[in-house]
Design a protein around this ligand. Structure first.
Ligand code: GLU
Length: 500
């Protein structure tokens, strides 16, 4: 049987290095065995999925040098490859489960479910649907449906016994059925949940090996059961380790940059970043040269060499590797082309030029005015941040609130950034001009510069987050207690927004 693997990102945010890591492993495994590698967009969460995020994910994986045999942009015989375009398919399979008696309609209201959870928590029980709607007669169900009551479809799950999940690298993992929830398969709007769509698609797309992050292990019993209900052959499962910070905590943007676009903006070469991820995905035998391009990674790939211990995303190592690529693998012409593509693409230059035209007397003023566009993290001294009309505490609050709120922005653009910074100044009861000052310093390195929102837009969310974090650290990162208090400020206005 031909090996077929896939990466199935959800387009709900900026492209993450973890997605590239999972994609690379799936790519190498498939290609090592002469198989196919697919890309599927899992956008069942319509409230959080965006086309911009999807575009950015595809672009950044392409930038890294990965390609797929089938996917939303290249098509293929098993399409569509975007789950939002496959609703009719999922409806059919949900109906099959209902007809077989392996799933049931659940009319419980959110309020009832919340009461149930509170009671379970109080009794020290794991949260699990209690099965109330399983007891309804066909007449009762028909009556409720006819009355227009909203319902979801849940899968039935045994009360007793255990489920054995077979993981190709981790061996057998046992779960007691009574700890597995009766998962919602179809929401009240008729759209599927991840679990149903994922299983149906992996089957219809003839995926032979599901290699995904270890955070999905606990979902595996539900998937095993769905394959049984449908009578389908289960693909082989391999749960991959999560990337870690050097202190072994889970890699998260709260601590370190996780966005592929950040590493692009910092000037890492795609082949160096891919090579680095390759070293994290397959431990090399002693003495082998660590520099390898994609074809070498494919050739050397082995499932047995996936390190399960939580590979450390060690930026010092990435720096070392990137330096080697720059010095050893590019001739002067190629280097010049890389520099041009990195920071001097015509569209970018055009925007930067238009921002600066009214602010210079001589073209030579541009160097100092614009250098921050061509830099990574900016060193900022506390004195520079302090020089305005706000207290240290207010500056720290402003930077932190903006950092959190900017992370929550769905689309990264001038209007959104402006909204966030204005909101922060309102929250602190300060003039916008005074609040903007430390942001100018943090983002551009100077209290006056080209328009701030445009600068932030052009630099990108990840670089902005890093610069705000650097500035915040210069004045003192908020303690846990401060974070909790300041987050309440944001939450209070969210409530007001909802109410109005
Ligand atoms: N959409 C899931 C994610 O973004 C995919 C999980 C899977 O590969 O099954 O992590």
């Amino acid at each position: 049987m031909k090996v077929r693997t896939r990466v199935a990102p959800s387009p709900t945010g900026d492209p993450h290095v973890g997605t590239a890591y999972v994609a690379l492993i799936n790519y190498c495994f498939a290609k090592h065995h002469g198989g196919d590698f697919l890309l599927r967009i899992e956008d069942t969460d319509q409230a959080r999925s965006t086309r911009e995020s999807e575009r950015a994910i595809l672009d950044s994986l392409h930038w890294l040098g990965l390609s797929w045999d089938e996917g939303p942009d290249v098509g293929g015989p098993h399409g569509p490859y975007r789950q939002s375009e496959r609703s009719a398919i999922y409806k059919r399979y949900v109906q099959q489960l209902l007809d077989q008696g392996d799933a049931f309609k659940c009319f419980c209201t959110p309020e009832r479910l919340e009461e149930m959870r509170v009671a379970q928590r109080a009794a020290g029980l794991p949260p699990r649907y209690d099965g109330l709607c399983l007891s309804y007669s066909p007449e009762e169900i028909a009556r409720r449906e006819a009355a227009g009551e909203a319902y979801v479809v849940r899968m039935k799950v045994p009360d007793h016994g255990a489920c054995i999940v077979e993981d190709e690298r981790r061996g057998k993992i046992e779960f007691e059925w009574k700890t597995v929830d009766m998962q919602v398969l179809m929401k009240s709007d008729g759209l599927p949940t991840y679990h149903l769509a994922n299983v149906v698609d992996d089957h219809l797309m003839e995926i032979t090996h599901v290699m995904r992050g270890e955070e999905w292990i606990s979902s595996a019993p539900k998937h095993v059961l769905l394959y049984q209900y449908f009578g389908w052959q289960m693909p082989k499962l391999i749960h991959l380790p999560l990337l870690r910070n050097p202190d072994k905590s889970k890699l998260s943007k709260r601590k370190n940059p996780t966005g592929i676009l950040f590493y692009q903006a910092m000037g890492y070469l795609p082949e160096a970043l891919l090579n680095f991820l390759g070293l994290l995905s397959n431990s090399l035998p002693e003495g082998q040269d660590e520099m390898m391009l994609l074809p070498d990674m494919v050739q050397r790939f082995s499932l047995e060499h996936i390190p399960l211990g939580g590979p450390v995303f060690d930026v010092a190592k990435l720096d070392w590797l990137n330096g080697r690529y720059i010095r050893e693998r590019l001739d002067p012409d190629q280097f010049m082309q890389r520099v041009a593509a990195w920071g001097f693409a015509p569209d970018r230059l055009k925007r930067i030029a238009s921002l600066s035209q009214t602010r210079v007397e001589r073209l030579s003023d541009l160097g100092l005015l614009l250098s921050f566009f061509f830099a990574g993290r900016l060193p900022v001294a506390a004195e520079q941040l302090r020089a305005g009309k706000m207290s240290d505490l207010e500056v720290r609050q402003a930077l932190a609130l903006a950092m959190w709120d900017l992370d929550a922005l769905r689309a990264w653009n001038v209007a959104g950034i402006e909204m966030v910074l204005k909101r922060v100044s309102e929250l602190l009861g300060k003039k916008f001009r005074d609040v903007a000052r430390p942001f100018y310093v943090a983002i551009t390195g100077s209290p006056t510069s080209v328009p701030l929102f445009d600068a932030m837009d052009l630099l990108g969310r990840d670089m902005v987050r890093e610069r705000l974090r650097t500035a915040l650290d210069a004045l003192g990162a908020p303690s846990k207690k401060e974070q909790d208090e300041w987050k309440k400020l944001l939450a209070a206005t969210d409530k007001e927004d909802e109410a109005s």
